[in-house]
Structure formats: C-alpha cells, structure tokens
Design a protein around this ligand. Sequence first.
Ligand SMILES: [Zn+2]
Length: 348
Amino acid sequence: MLYAGIAWSADGYRVEVVDADGERAVPGTHWGAERVPELTRWLGGGDGGMPRGRCAVALESTNGLVDGLLTAAGLEVYRVDPWLLGERPDFGSVPALALAELVRTRRATLSPLTAEGGGQSGRDEDYHDGIRRSAPVEAELTEAGRWFRHGPRDRPEIALTFDDGPDPVYTRQVLALLARYGVRATFFCVGLHVNALPDEVRRIVDAGHSLGNHTWSHPFLPDLTARQFRLQLDRTGEAFERAVGRVPAVFRPPYGARTPETLTELLAGGPALALWDVDSWDWARPGPEKIARTVLDHAGPGSLILMHDGGGDRHQSVLALPAVIEGLLERNLSFVSAEALAGLPKAL
Ligand SMILES: [Zn+2]
C-alpha cells in the first residue's frame, strides 16, 4: 500500500508519495493544473509512474478540483478536514508530505470520497448550518441586487452555465456544440485552471460567451477564513484579468456552500453571487439521457441551469448537451448570460 498527498498552490499541485514506513516511495513531483488527467493516470500506476498497487490519496477540503477524476479512475481518495491540520496557509494547502503522512497514519479518521457523493460528502451539517446563518447577509446582497438564484419568470430567457473549467478536453467540445446551435452560455471558471489554460479562457470569450469567478481551488467555503476567501476571489480575478483583460461580474460558490463570514466579503463590492435553480446533476454521471431529462423537467423562464465542463470526467455532460439545447429552444427560450439574466453589467 502507498500513500499520496496532493497539495495545491498558486501554480498547480505538489504530490508526495510514501510507503507503509513513511519513507518517500518516489521523489516529490509538481503538476500544472492542466496535467491533472496525466497525474491521475500516474497515481493509478499508468504512464510508467507509480509502482502498481493500491494507493490511498489525501487532499484538503480546500482542494475540490481533482477528486472527481481520481475517484472516477478508481483510486481511494480521502478528504482531510481542517480540524486535523492545525494552522493552514492563507493561500495554498499544507505540504503534500504532511497530507501523505496523515493518510498513512490516520486513514480511518479521514472522510472517504466517492464519485457519487461529491467532494463535500459527510459535511452536510456544516453546509446547511452555513446556509442558514447566511440568510441575513444574503438578504442584504439581494436588496443590493447582488445575489440571485434565477432571473425574472415573466421573460422567456434562461442562462446555461458550466462550472469548474476551463478544461483542456471538454471546454472545446462544449464550445463546439454551443456554436453549432448559436447559443450563449456562462463559464464559471476556477483560478487554478484560468492561470494554467489562459488560451481556453480566451476561446470562451472570443466565441461570445461570458465568464464567472468560481474561486481558485474549489474550496468548501465553511472551512475558509474571511482572508482565505478574499484571496481565492481576488487571485482568480487577477488570473482572468491576465487572460482576457477583465474581471467577471458574477461569482458562484463551490457546491453552493456559503457562510456569513465569507459572504460579508462580497458586501463591500466585487462580483454578485450567482447560484442556480436547475441542477443537472451531471457531475454524478447518471447517463446523458438522465442529465438532459433532469434539466428539461425543471427548466422554465428565468432558469439558471448548472452543468460542468471541468473538474472531472465530463463526457456525459457533452453528450447530454444537444438534447438540453434543443429542448430549451423548442420552448422558445432564449439563451442569455448569467449576469444578463440578473440585469447586471458584463464585467466589473
Ligand atoms: Zn464547482
């Protein structure tokens, strides 16, 4: 049995692997965010990397971008929650070696992640508690026109949104389908990927689509301090600025999780908070037909529809997309950007 820790930083991932005695099994490696598919194969014993055999992988709850691919590849993946980590950096995770050591020595106390459960599984109480406590701040943001879950129900408009990209494989496939039907969408991108794949972000903008901020590393917001959240937001805005010369006007919290401590940061300014009212559940990979049916069963005027073009194996999302678009077009709904649906400007 081998034990791997994956740490995120401003420029990608650091991976350390130890054996049953806590000795480094291979030298530490660094991977750009665009190489996560390759990293997944390497950890699974392919591409001539790791010795074949079982490998347990540990990640922080602030790293929500690699578990989808790792679990889909059949790897054993564990989330390390903050109470096991002590002091954490404001931007980045604790060292990969510390994570590898935790999964080696305390695997039974860590939360196992599954492809079906998603990255925040086992944290339902913190998730719902954060949402409950956020109600007053959300009321203030709503009052200021800076919090929305859908658009007006009396206009035949919807917004199709894709989260967790840009992705080196799936973003282009989604863009090709949107172009085929001549419809517009909004891409809620993560800073780690924007930074690693700026050409993909430019491709999105050049095709006439919109952008949203989806944090840097897809953290579970209840585990962040206000300062850590601020850095996730701002660094991602800066990556967008470098890639396309502007900062998105909308922000979407990973998993839809929020807390008053983090949302207060949005009161002073910055992007408006865009949730969704139609979840395609495409990340759980229930099959393309089921994904399309779920969207079409729930969408109507004003809907803000959630799909994914990154953060995992998204081929089902791509396969479902033609039926989704055709079904919405048949209802004479027009496709607008998320910010247009809420009557907001395109960029900050
Ligand atoms: Zn997401």
